[in-house]
Design a protein around this ligand. Sequence first.
Ligand SMILES: Nc1ncnc2c1ncn2[C@@H]1O[C@H](COP(=O)(O)OP(=O)(O)OP(=O)(O)O)[C@@H](O)[C@H]1O
Ligand SMILES: [Mg+2]
Length: 247
Amino acid sequence: MRQTSTMTQPVLDVRDLTKRFGAFTAVNGISFTIKPGEILGVLGPNGAGKTTTIQMLLGLVTPTSGSIRMFGLDLETHREEILQQVNFSSTYISMPMSLTVEENLRVVARLYGVLGVERKIDEVVKKLEMEEFREKVTRKLSSGQMTRLTLAKALLTQPKILFLDEPTASLDPDIAHKIRALLKEARQASGLSILYTSHNMQEMEAMSDRIIFLQRGRIVAEGTAAEIVARFGQADLEEVFLKLARE
Ligand SMILES: Nc1ncnc2c1ncn2[C@@H]1O[C@H](COP(=O)(O)OP(=O)(O)OP(=O)(O)O)[C@@H](O)[C@H]1O
Ligand SMILES: [Mg+2]
């Protein structure tokens, strides 16, 4: 197979990204890349700057300085073109609460110009085991059901890159396990790249090709889970986390 330059080019290239809120620096000069089909885990204590970073990658928060490039394009100047190929899930996502699950998915599908909407919705509902609440009004969903809806929304549009802020936070262990498998499968099948955050260390170790550890807005460690564990001379990622967080 022919290797084209686009296959080796990172899908996401972040350089010296900084976000200040007044005098407070939430994200402090971070740089990293994601390759096609790569799963990057972003780890760090509460308030480290993970969500702020994702919001900048989605164009929801304007960086104070630094650059964000996706698919070789600058987010500042090619916003629409880039965001069409991106999707995300977050617990803070707002969806019309009076619509049913299915109606909300239809709205998203139309916004992104998804082809074969009904078939796609059936597919994603089945994959995320949402059959029993697909006709429920969104306001009445449990938090785990809501998480699944935001993931369904994210997977519906066949993005090239997914930003998932704590995608398995309120899921029961069974469905969390299935979702991890499903995300890995999507990566395998379509070369999807994923940036996600989690406070679950086992998940970080199992899911991530590479991890960046954020602390007070800076990257303090980077590598595979095994590399990070070895570098800090700890037993596992949880021990590394506790060591760094308590410093
Ligand atoms: N709009 C804002 N105005 C002022 N400060 C903000 C704003 N948004 C975030 N911050 C601050 O920036 C810091 C980073 O917040 P962020 O939500 O990115 O953390 P996080 O790493 O996602 O944490 P968690 O694990 O709790 O989700 C926090 O101290 C937060 O209070
Ligand atoms: Mg957060």
